[in-house]
Design a protein. Structure first.
Length: 344
């Protein structure tokens, strides 16, 4: 059944009327039902005209029984997408047909979804191999989504980075001034997720950027040796551009074990993709702390397994600044499942 943008439709399973607002592919469209937007397959929809033509005479419904205000249950606001609480990226694959009539992924439509009760301002950068290709500042309200961009699927081979800086629309002195998050889609991982969602009949890939906006962290002081205190310099209108950082946190360990059971107790409920993303985020945090504390050497235990985690880590190390060298070789404690890293 062919639909166009603007067509009125009926959702078959709920008998609700909506309107087509976007064409995702040959068999999928985006539907708006009373302000709630969601993707749907075309065979799940129907035109309302047949229903209107065949319905019987309108009969006045019986008067409902009286209800008092204390008896009425408050309805929960319907989320835009069926994802858990937090801030998410949703990737909608757009398909076309090749000469053999097989589905081919042309591009990914990227939406930013705010499933929290706080409105957020965000600053977004799209980077390819360290070069900024797109920059955007806007806001996404509570329980709403924001369309970001379309990414050609072939561009995933160029190691794109989605970098975000979030802040609250309504200032809260107990919350952090800003929060940074990022996502690094990789072609092999995304392709595998697309194959899985096609088998399940899902419409999008979901990536959680964070679950809740963080609390304010202790401040790190900056001092300049043999100079007046920073507060006096700031009051005098000076800007400190060089100095020594005094860390308020302990340095990271020189060895990080990325076996998922060592990182989180929630691993039994996680998919293989979610486990891999959690491991990579843990590695990125450890890597940044190692550089932050000017440490020169460290070990990453990634295990042997299928080699996916090792390959992803090696791909990151190849393009990250500050890496002098890295090598995977047998170690009497870690076996063949670890990589040794040397920093500049």
């Amino acid at each position: 059944m062919k639909f166009e943008v603007g067509d009125r439709v009926i959702v078959k399973h709920s008998e609700e009327e909506g309107r087509v607002i976007e064409i995702i592919g040959e068999k999928m469209v985006m539907v708006d039902v009373r302000g709630v937007k969601f993707p749907a397959y075309t065979d799940q929809l129907d035109f309302p005209y047949f229903k209107e033509f065949t319905k019987g005479k309108i009969v006045a419904p019986p008067k409902p029984a009286k209800k008092y205000i204390d008896d009425i249950k408050k309805e929960k606001s319907s989320p835009t997408y069926q994802v858990a609480e937090g801030v998410w990226l949703l990737l909608f694959p757009v398909f076309s047909k090749d000469v053999f009539d097989d589905d081919v992924v042309e591009e990914l439509k990227v939406h930013l979804v705010n499933q929290t009760h706080a409105g957020l301002k965000f600053h977004f950068w799209l980077n390819y191999r360290g070069q900024v290709q797109m920059e955007l500042q806007n806001e996404v309200l509570a329980l709403r989504d924001f369309y970001l961009l379309n990414v050609p699927f072939e561009d995933l081979n160029d190691n794109p980075n989605f970098d975000f800086e979030f802040s609250l629309l309504k200032h809260d002195k107990k919350k952090a001034e800003y929060y940074e998050a990022n996502y690094k889609p990789r072609g092999k991982q995304v392709f595998k997720r697309i194959q899985e969602l096609k088998e399940r009949g899902d419409a999008f890939i979901s990536i959680q950027l964070f679950e809740s906006y963080p609390e304010k962290q202790p401040f790190e002081e900056f001092v300049v040796p043999d100079s007046p205190p920073l507060s006096k310099l700031a009051m005098a209108g000076f800007k400190v551009v060089a100095g020594k950082r005094i860390h308020t946190e302990d340095p990271p360990p020189t060895v990080i074990d990325l076996h998922i059971e060592k990182l989180t107790d929630a691993h039994p409920t996680m998919s293989s993709f979610e486990k891999l993303q959690f491991q990579l985020r843990s590695f990125e945090k450890w890597f940044d702390k190692m550089q932050h504390h000017y440490q020169k050497h460290g070990w990453v235990i990634h295990g042997v397994g299928s080699g996916k985690l090792r390959d992803e880590i090696h791909d990151i190390l190849k393009i990250r600044k500050g890496v002098k060298s890295f090598i995977q070789q047998y170690h009497p404690w870690y076996g063949n499942g670890a990589t040794e890293i040397y920093f500049d």
